[in-house]
Design a protein around this ligand. Structure first.
Ligand code: HEM
Length: 412
């Protein structure tokens, strides 16, 4: 991302594909494109993709909190953007993220029992140990790809340990969960489709086996807790536990990798901020919140209007998609002074990185814990960490995710 203040100009308002990472301009600097859109049409009717696109934080927060909106893509009208972002056919099986009440409330209540703040906070020492082992593995190297060597493996190992995956099986587990990266990408290639089917089949068989084992003998892991979760006589079925475990991988791994990658990249591009964090690791919490505002890992989240309504004077038709551009919310000049400035000591880092309302990210405490622990350890281990001038970073094209696909660094 480049530092620039995008002033509105006479260009036509960006729309459709121009608001996705398939467009090179958006991919390299989405914030300039979104500034142009916000200035011209903060509530934008995108005719190419049948969606209403929101980029102002006030609209995003108000409408996200509206629990009458739907998240199940089967409630959208044919051709609506939600249906492009998810392949909805007769084999479609919604994950919790794509269900509505009462089903969503029942699932979320049970899953939240297992995936609670206490179990996440207890992971902090283990997160530090895993990060330390990954950094140990880089000893003697003068350059490496930070995504491949650190930001990629860390969340997968942490969630695998939380789920109780045997260390001997973690390599297979990593390959299967890595292949989930394109599960929300509407423009998958045939190869990516095949990899996704392969990953789902293997993960499904794997989790069914673990569930049977944990039913016979409970452990202290997350699968045991999902098996044990009970509320008012309701429990999770085997299929629901498999789907939930898949959701934790799909929703948690790529996003946390992107948070680590975006944090490292922002610091590498702002050496004075990196120096400040090195000198004051106690700023890590605020620094991570600033990264979540400045360059968040998820581009947008979607809802469906169940009936006609008006947002900012724009009519949203029943079944039409409302697209909340998270990247836009954190750069709204109405909320943040000088939004393009990266400042780890910024007083107001409010952001919408974890969505909101009924579907607010269940994994937010885990993602925050991983980044708050891992980034200071990375800086402490490599005092001369810097971008590799011969190999610039590249951005991924896997919507709705936003992060570097490669981040080559030098440490010599
Ligand atoms: C920085 C990392 C992460 C980001 C930016 C992120 C972002 C999001 C967003 C935007 C949503 C949708 C919210 C909405 O539509 O209102 C979501 C939902 C969800 N996330 Fe995360 N997430 C992250 C990490 C994680 C992790 C580590 C886990 C678990 C291991 C996780 C589990 C979930 C689940 C289960 C949901 C669905 C909640 C529901 O439908 O009730 N996320 N996340």
């Amino acid at each position: 991302m480049t530092e620039q203040n995008a002033a509105p100009d006479a260009d036509p308002c960006p729309t459709g594909m121009q608001l996705t990472p398939f467009d090179p301009e958006f991919r390299e600097c989405p914030y300039a494109v979104l500034a142009k859109l916000r200035a011209a049409e903060p509530v934008h009717r995108d005719r190419q993709f049948d969606r209403v696109v929101l980029t102002r934080r006030a609209d995003i927060e108000a409408v996200l909190a509206d629990r009458s909106l739907a998240a199940d893509p089967r409630k959208s009208r044919p051709g609506s953007f939600v249906r492009m972002a998810q392949i909805v056919d007769e084999t479609y099986e919604p994950m919790m993220l794509n269900t509505d009440d009462p089903e969503h409330k029942r699932m979320r209540t049970l899953v939240a029992q297992a995936f609670n703040l206490r179990s996440v906070e207890a992971m902090r020492p283990r997160i530090a140990a895993v990060a330390g082992e990954l950094l140990d593995g880089l000893a003697g190297r003068d350059r490496f790809d930070l995504i491949e060597a650190f930001a990629g493996p860390l969340p997968t190992i942490v969630i695998a340990e939380m789920l109780g995956v045997d260390p001997a099986e973690q390599k297979d587990f990593k390959r299967w969960s890595d292949a989930l990266v394109n599960c929300l990408n509407p423009r998958r290639s045939p190869e990516q489709n095949a990899a996704l089917a392969w990953s789902r089949e293997n993960l499904g068989a794997f989790f069914r086996r673990i569930i049977a084992e944990r039913r016979a003998r409970r452990g202290s892991d997350l699968i045991s807790a999902l098996v044990a979760a009970e509320e008012g006589g309701e429990v999770l079925t085997e299929k629901e536990i498999v789907n939930t475990a898949n959701l934790l991988l799909a929703a948690g791994n790529v996003t946390t990798t992107d948070l680590l990658g975006n944090a490292a990249l922002a610091l590498l591009r702002h050496p004075e901020q990196m120096a400040r964090l090195r000198a004051r690791p106690d700023l890590a919490r605020n620094a991570i919140e600033e990264v979540l505002r400045y360059d968040p890992p998820v581009i947008s989240t979607l809802r469906i209007a169940p009936e006609e309504r008006s947002i900012g004077g724009v009519t949203v038709a029943p079944g039409q998609t409302i697209d909340f551009v998270i990247l836009g919310a954190g750069h709204d000049p109405e909320v943040h002074a000088d939004p393009e400035r990266f400042d780890i000591e910024r007083a107001d880092t409010t952001h919408s990185a974890f969505g909101g309302g009924a579907h607010y990210c269940l994994g937010a405490p885990l993602a925050r814990a991983e980044a708050q622990v891992a980034i200071p350890l990375l800086l402490a281990r490599f005092p001369r960490l810097r971008l590799d001038p011969d190999h610039p970073p590249t951005r991924k094209v896997a919507p709705p995710f936003n992060g570097p696909s490669t981040l080559p660094v030098r440490v010599d």
